[in-house]
Design a protein around this ligand. Structure first.
Ligand code: DLL
Length: 436
């Protein structure tokens, strides 16, 4: 309960919130139409005008936009403000193709800081807290987004950025960091490094909260991080096209991440048909910005797969939640006709105490068929004295994967600490199919 940063917004009665969302939506759609050629052209082609928005549901009349639109508009084609009002830009390189550039006005940045600060409050933080930001700083939104959140809250901010892990541990300890913000894979590396350095972070350090996001993390890996660091784990969702970290954040009650609904309107659609799905159904998340001045996004298809959870939350916040992400429509591996998300594989792995949480999925093509190899490491203290023990472990893991995913996965067990560790987003899938 409690621990709000902006209670008047976060606990607003739903009917008031929806009324405010409608007013903001009308403004945002009009702003986009009047100032961004792409929206004007698309709306005109679809025969809709900003005046057609008279209820929140009317949003479904508007066309979607996608990442390719932003690539085509590179760099500033989708900005709705003149250059002198742009305070900062961020860019996402993506894994392929042209980068996308997103602009923020001064007010956009203030709103962003507020959104992230709400998550700091969710993990019990206050102006008295020290937050260590170990997301990368730069064009990636993790570092500066968390940083602005810390400043909005009035915290002491330690901008370590990612890298130099031993120094991260030293700062955590010496500066009495309360809240750590980084990717889950980096949080695990920091925790393991601290343990290797002879500390027990859960006992020896002041840290009590972690704000981790930017990549998927299985339930078991999340538990491992929370236990090793002795913290409340807050999952933070965001994407550079829409803002950055803080679009949705997880309170102490868990069960999903509260969407900053005063800033964003979320829909779930069927990725194949584009049809809006009822609350509770899994599908692709589509986000519309409600207040953004520089880069308004109208019905942006995120490719992220989740569902909307609208149950009342015991924390008192009225903003609906999205469930923890299941994967991305474009990450989804289709293996011999079966849909598989890397997160499902991770969930199976982390059920094996002998196996470490780091893994890599290597996809190759044998003839016309996809082949999947899963590389995992044994835990350093797991003794493999005979080939039989190793073979038995491999057989059990393969059987469990087959039972859960309905596909054959070839398991390769490698030496402890040989899979590359990440200080940002972990690279879990290596797709060699095109290059063969
Ligand atoms: O990853 C923004 C961010 C920074 C979020 C720090 C949270 C913390 P992008 O680099 O544009 O932005 O990548 C966005 O990352 O569409 C999701 O697929 C994935 N993602 C982000 N947060 C989560 C999360 C940042 N909590 C893409 N769980 C999104 C799973 C996430 N996936």
């Amino acid at each position: 309960m409690g621990n709000y940063f902006q209670p008047e917004i976060e606990t607003m009665p739903r009917d008031e919130l929806r009324a405010q969302q409608l007013e903001s939506l009308k403004w945002s759609v009009r702003h986009a139409y009047d100032n961004v050629a792409l929206y004007r052209q698309r709306f005109d082609e679809a025969g809709v005008s900003p005046d057609d928005i008279t209820s929140l549901e009317d949003i479904s009349k508007l066309p979607f936009c996608v990442k390719q639109d932003m690539r085509d508009a590179y760099p500033f084609g989708m900005f709705a403000l003149p250059k002198e009002e742009v305070a900062r830009i961020h860019a996402s390189s993506g894994t392929t193709g042209q980068a996308t550039v997103v602009g923020h006005s001064r007010r956009d940045l203030d709103n962003w800081g507020d959104c992230f600060a709400r998550g700091i409050a969710m993990v019990g933080g206050s102006a008295a807290s020290t937050i260590q930001v170990s997301y990368g700083y730069g064009l990636f939104t993790g570092g500066l987004g968390a940083h602005d959140g810390g400043e909005a809250m009035g915290c002491t901010v330690i901008p370590t950025s990612s890298g130099n892990t031993k120094r991260q541990v030293q700062m955590l300890r010496d500066c009495g960091t309360d809240i750590l913000a980084c990717t889950p894979s980096y949080a695990l590396l920091i925790a393991d490094t601290a343990i290797e350095m002879g500390y027990d972070p859960a006992r020896d350090f002041a840290i009590s909260g972690g704000i981790f996001g930017a990549e998927p993390c299985s339930e078991n890996m999340r538990q491992e991080i929370a236990d090793k660091l002795g913290i409340q784990y807050c999952d933070v969702y965001g994407l550079s096209e829409i803002m950055g970290p803080g679009v949705a954040m997880e309170c102490v009650e868990r069960g999903g991440l509260h969407i900053a609904e005063d800033q964003f309107y979320c829909e779930i659609i069927d990725p194949d048909t584009g049809e809006v799905l009822p609350e509770g159904e899994w599908g692709e998340l589509v986000i519309t910005t409600l207040t953004r001045e520089c880069s308004p996004m109208i019905r942006y298809r995120t490719r992220d797969v989740t569902r909307i959870v609208s149950d009342e939350c015991a924390c008192g916040r009225t903003h609906r939640k999205i469930d923890r992400l299941r994967g991305r429509t474009d990450d989804m591996l289709i293996i011999r006709g079966v849909n598989v998300f890397p997160s499902q594989i991770e969930q199976v792995i982390t059920g094996f105490p002998e196996i470490a949480s780091q893994y890599q999925i290597v996809l190759t093509r044998k003839g016309a068929l996809d082949a999947v190899e899963l590389q995992v490491e044994t835990e350093p203290d797991f003794q493999i004295d005979t080939v039989r023990v190793l073979e038995d472990l491999k057989r059990r893991l393969q059987a469990e994967l087959k039972g859960n995913l309905q596909v054959n996965v070839d398991v390769k067990i490698v030496e402890p600490k040989t899979i590359e560790r990440s200080m940002g987003k972990a690279k879990r899938v290596i797709d060699l199919r095109e290059t063969e």
